[in-house]
Ligand binder design. Structure first.
Ligand SMILES: *Cc1c(COP(=O)(O)O)cnc(C)c1O
Length: 233
């Protein structure tokens, strides 16, 4: 698959996204090396996931458990990030293959994830507390006031490591406000858990706003792989 048209197209997209990241970092007075690009591969075939790894994007993310599990098995050379709504009965499975879970948003997921880590006999799992900035239940996320308590519960298991925060910005609103709020929440969490340095924010349409507001991890799907069929987010 060295020089097939799809690989060439994705290579051009990766270059364009890296350019956007570099320009946004420069405008914000930040070092682009602080930014991690996560390629969101949902709905795209495993071949595209492999292409991204070969093109220098080893961090990949999925939002549905079944699809994530298959791709993690087929593309073990990637570092897999689970970014979707997490159901308690699927959390144990996710804990077996994910390098990072971005969507810890309620206390009941803590024992489920911890049990998965124990069963998999793996190293502690990095977890991000997903925050809801506007309280819209559709996108998931904990109220800001609960973030530290959820991280405390995760850390207390000894099997989960609070690594930072994540949010999905409201689609219609100006993302800067949401990302600025997330940055404040991240600082509060870091005061309690100094290792919680990750700020996962920014998608294809709003990565510049995320970088302006301190994001360290960008979750990019469409700008790398193209449009997805409707109904799947
Ligand atoms: C799909 C998805 C993304 C990527 O969105 P794009 O707009 O395609 O870049 C990022 N984060 C989450 C949680 C997603 O579900």
């Amino acid at each position: 698959m060295r020089e097939d048209p799809r690989t060439a197209q994705i290579a051009a997209n990766v270059a364009q996204v890296r350019d956007r990241m570099a320009a946004a970092a420069k405008a914000a007075g930040r070092d682009p090396a602080e930014l991690t690009l996560i390629g969101i591969t949902k709905t795209f075939p495993v071949e595209d996931a492999r292409r991204l790894v070969e093109l220098g994007v080893p961090d990949l993310g999925e939002n549905r458990e079944q699809e994530a599990r298959v791709k993690a098995r087929e593309v073990p050379e990637a570092r897999w990030h689970f970014v979707g709504r997490l159901q308690r009965n699927k959390a144990g499975s996710v804990a077996a293959y994910a390098a990072v879970v971005h969507s810890l948003d309620r206390p009941e997921l803590v024992p489920a994830l911890a049990n998965g880590v124990r069963r998999a006999e793996r190293d502690p799992l990095d977890v991000l507390v997903q925050v809801s900035i506007d309280g819209d239940p559709d996108r998931g996320g904990a109220p800001a006031a609960e973030v530290v308590a959820i991280a405390d519960a995760a850390a207390a298991t000894g099997l989960l490591r609070p690594a930072g925060v994540m949010t999905v910005a409201p689609i219609e609103a100006d993302p800067d406000g949401a990302f600025a709020a997330l940055r404040e929440i991240a600082a509060t969490l870091r005061a309690a858990h100094p290792g919680a340095t990750v700020i996962s924010a920014g998608m294809s349409a709003d990565l510049e706003a995320a970088v302006r507001n301190g994001a360290t991890h960008l979750r990019i799907g469409t700008a790398l792989l193209g449009g997805r069929p409707p109904l799947r987010r």
